[in-house]
Structure formats: C-alpha cells, structure tokens
Design a protein around this ligand. Structure first.
Ligand code: PBG
Length: 327
C-alpha cells in the first residue's frame, strides 16, 4: 500500500463519524407532497398504480393537509380531478372548479404553515387530455393556451394559492402567468416553473391518478429525454420570464440535468420524483425485493446531492417523519 496513512474508511467506522461528515441531508422543510382531490367523492379512494397515495375527497384532503403540516413538509402541490371535462378545460378556470375549491379548503386549513401550490395545466380538465387547447387539426395551440393559463393562474391566486406551478410546457407560459398575476394584484404569488419536463413514460401512474383522457403522447410539447442542452435553454428562458423557482421532472433518470440546471441558474431548483419512480420502488418492495425505506431515503438523498434543493415526492409525509426521528 503506497500511502498506508491515508485511510478514507476512518470516516466511515461508526454511525457518529458518518453523521459528522455526511455531505447531504434531506430536510423535511424541502419536501413537497403532491395531493389529488376528486370532485364529488364522498370517501378517499386508493390509486392502484400508486399504492399509499389517495384520490381525496374535499374532507379527507383537508385532514391530509393538516397531517402533512404536522409532519413538517415544506409544501403541498394540489391536483384536481373534475367530475366532467370539456374541449377547453373550462373546469380549470372556473372559481368553483374542483382545484380552485380545493385551494380554498387547504388554505383555510393550513394558512401560512406550509406553502400551498397548485398545478397550472389544462390536462386534468380537457376531454382530450392534452395540456392545452387544440387547433381544428388537433395540434396543441401554444398561444391560445397561454391565454387560458393566464386566467387559470388568476383564478388559483384568487382562491388563495401561494405558488403556481405551470406544467404544460407551452413557450412563454411563465411570462404570461407572471404578467397576469401582477395585473390582478397578485404580485406576491410566486411561480414554480416546470422549466424542464421530459416526455416521460414515468408519468404513467399519474395518469391513472387523474383519470387522464389522453390518447397519443405529449412529444410535441414535452422534451426529448435525449436532450440536456435544451434544458439549459428552457431554464434560462423561464428565469428571464420571471420564474421564482425552476423544476426538473422526472428526477432520478435525469440527475445529470438537475446538476447542470443547478450550475446554470441562481434561483432555487426543485426536482419532481414522479409517479413512475415511486411506483417502481413500491412494486419491488411489495415483492420483498428491496428494502423500501432505505431505497426511499437513498433516492431522496441522491436527488438532493445532484443539486435539487426542493423535492416533490409522494413519500414526502412519510419521509419527513422518518427523517425527524433520524436527525
Ligand atoms: C401535468 C402534470 C403531469 C404530472 C405533473 N403535472 C402529467 C403529464 O405531464 O403527463 C406528472 C406527475 C407524476 O407523474 O407524478 N398536469
């Protein structure tokens, strides 16, 4: 051994020294839990492909939000599942639509104790399942969609949301949303831009969760998984348009992107550990093939280490509880 005195293992010899030198900690304050609420549900319902995640009723959503605050999570991201859908996704813009009603409920329940966020996209509300309005020949119409997003953002802010998450990948969406919020006097409502969003097969279980009507795919607006430089272009544009935070999605298959985005911009960077990432681990754990808790924490640590300060994860509440016991 050329350098017998240099032994990195000294810093791994027991739990105390490992804790002392740990470079990355996941803090519950930086975890955000996505929650689904379905219009007209009397009781919460399990989502088969997302074991442990519920489609909430309005009542159960309020309770779950209060529990999430108790666990110490940093935020709640709300998704609405309407009872009916139309071509233009009008339920998303309606102040009485399920998402806007749910925002009011959750804000009334938790106040400022956590950051209440909402998905700003039309796909849950359109009969065709696309994230925007369609032209007569069936393409997603970027600029017409922007007008709808602007109105949707104002409706969500009027409902009391703290942060909106435009996730439809339309060009110019952040700027349009920012201007609309400001014009309506909502200058304090922040924008978490889904700046980097890949056309990913990892979104599969989410589409069950929102009962997506989509046929086909989103490759004409979400990004090609092969591309990294394009993501840097997207984040720079979103920051220039006024994004307060930027997000990369999915997380684990795109840690190189998270890391590059972290180096590129100086706003907080979030990553979304999406439904398929969660479902894979749950399925393997249910078979007894992996240690569920360890894998959960290992994935969160990896995303944090790659440079995401904030992590959206379906494990947020459970992980927050585990982490509080640990540190
Ligand atoms: C769009 C949206 C999607 C997800 C979050 N926001 C679906 C999509 O783009 O198809 C996916 C999240 C997940 O898979 O957990 N409203």
């Amino acid at each position: 051994m050329p350098y017998p005195e240099i032994r990195p293992r000294r810093l791994r010899r027991n739990a105390a020294v490992r804790r002392l030198v740990s470079e990355t900690r996941v803090d519950p304050a930086e975890l955000v839990v996505p929650m689904f609420v379905k219009e007209g549900l009397a009781e919460p319902r399990q989502i088969a492909s997302l074991p442990g995640v519920l489609q909430h009723s309005r009542d159960s959503l309020r309770k779950a939000a209060a529990e999430a605050v108790q666990a110490g999570v940093g935020g709640i991201m709300l998704f609405g599942v309407p009872a009916s859908r139309d071509e233009s996704g009008s339920g998303g813009l309606d102040p009485h639509g399920i998402l806007n009603v749910a925002i009011r409920d959750v804000v009334a329940e938790v106040g400022d104790a956590t950051v209440v966020m909402s998905d700003l996209c039309l796909d849950e509300f359109t009969s065709h399942g696309h994230c925007g309005l369609l032209t007569p020949d069936g393409a997603v119409d970027n600029d017409a969609t922007l007008e709808a997003y602007a109105r949707m953002a104002v409706a969500q802010a009027d409902a009391g949301v703290h942060m909106v998450g435009p996730s439809g990948m339309m060009d110019g969406q952040v700027g349009v949303v920012r201007r609309a919020l400001d014009a309506a006097g909502h200058t304090d409502v922040s924008v978490l831009a889904y700046a980097v969003k890949y056309a990913s097969a990892f979104f599969g279980p989410f589409r069950d969760a929102v009962e997506s009507a989509l046929e086909g795919d989103r490759r004409a607006y979400q990004q090609d998984p092969a591309n990294l430089r394009e993501s840097l272009r997207e984040v720079k544009l979103d920051v220039a348009e006024g994004a307060d935070l930027v997000m990369v999605k999915p997380a684990l298959p795109y840690l190189d992107v998270v890391s590059a985005v972290r180096a590129e911009v100086d706003v907080p960077v979030a990553a979304y550990q999406v439904s398929g990432e969660y479902a894979m681990v749950e399925a393997a754990a249910a078979n007894g093939w992996i240690d569920r808790e360890r894998v959960m924490l290992e994935t969160l640590t990896s995303i944090r280490r790659a440079g995401a300060q904030i992590i959206l994860t379906y494990w947020a509440v459970e992980a927050a509880r585990l982490l509080r016991e640990r540190y």
